[in-house]
Design a protein. Structure first.
Length: 202
C-alpha cells in the first residue's frame, strides 16, 4: 500500500477527512456504514443493519514516536467512559493503515502507541481487522435472536403450565362420570366428619 506524503495540517479538517476515508474503506469491505446526525454522540459511525449496530469512534494520527505512532484515544481531557462505543478505528495517515481495536482494550487510556513495522506489537492483530466489525454485528444479531427465541419458549411453557393447571382445576370442580361424582360426595362427607359436624339432612 502506497504511503501518503501530504496531509491536511488543520487538526479539525484532518479529522473530518479521516472520517470520510473510514466511510469509503468500510464500503470497500462491504460493511453497511451510517453516520449519526450532529456531533454530540460518543461515536462517529455505526456499522450494521437495523437491530444489530456496532458503534465506532474514528481517530487519526500523524504523530511519530520512535518506530511507531502515538494516537490520542480520549474525549477531551479524560478517557472515554465505558459504553461510549464498541470499537475505535485508528488511522495512521502516513502509513494509510487502519487499526480496528475493541473498546475494552483502550478503556481508561489517554493514548495508544502503534508499531506498524513490528509484527509482534500489542495492537498488530487489529491492523486492518475490518472483519471484527462484521463479526460483532452478526454476533449481536445472533444473541438478540437467541434471546427472542428463549423468551418465546418461556412464554409457551408458562401458557402450557397455566392450561394444565386450569384443566386440573376444572376436573376437580366438575367431576365427570358416576365414579367422579361418587368420589366428590365421599370427600364432602369426610370433610364434614373431620369438622365434627353432621351432613345436612335432605
Amino acid at each position: 500500500m502506497k504511503k501518503r506524503k501530504r496531509v491536511i495540517k488543520d487538526k479539525k479538517l484532518r479529522g473530518e477527512w479521516a472520517e470520510s476515508v473510514f466511510m469509503a474503506r468500510a464500503h470497500e469491505h462491504g460493511l453497511p456504514v451510517s453516520k449519526p446526525w450532529g456531533e454530540m454522540r460518543s461515536y462517529d459511525f455505526v456499522i450494521g443493519k437495523t437491530g444489530r449496530f456496532v458503534s465506532v469512534q474514528v481517530k487519526s494520527t500523524i504523530s511519530r514516536w520512535e518506530a511507531g505512532y502515538v494516537c490520542t484515544v480520549r474525549g477531551g481531557h479524560k478517557p472515554y467512559p465505558a459504553g461510549s462505543f464498541d470499537f475505535v478505528a485508528v488511522y495512521l495517515v502516513f502509513e494509510d493503515t487502519w487499526y480496528i481495536i475493541p473498546a475494552e482494550l483502550i478503556r481508561g487510556k489517554g493514548s495508544v502507541t502503534l508499531f506498524p513495522k513490528s509484527p509482534h506489537a500489542k495492537y498488530e492483530p487489529y491492523r486492518e481487522a475490518w472483519h471484527l466489525l462484521r463479526e460483532a454485528s452478526e454476533l449481536r444479531e445472533a444473541a438478540e435472536s437467541g434471546a427472542a427465541e428463549s423468551g418465546a419458549a418461556e412464554s409457551d411453557a408458562v401458557e402450557t403450565r397455566a392450561a394444565e393447571a386450569g384443566a386440573a382445576e376444572s376436573v376437580e370442580r366438575h367431576p365427570t362420570g358416576a365414579l367422579g361424582r361418587l368420589e366428590q360426595a365421599m370427600s364432602y362427607f369426610e370433610r364434614q366428619l373431620d369438622r365434627g359436624g353432621h351432613p345436612p339432612k335432605r
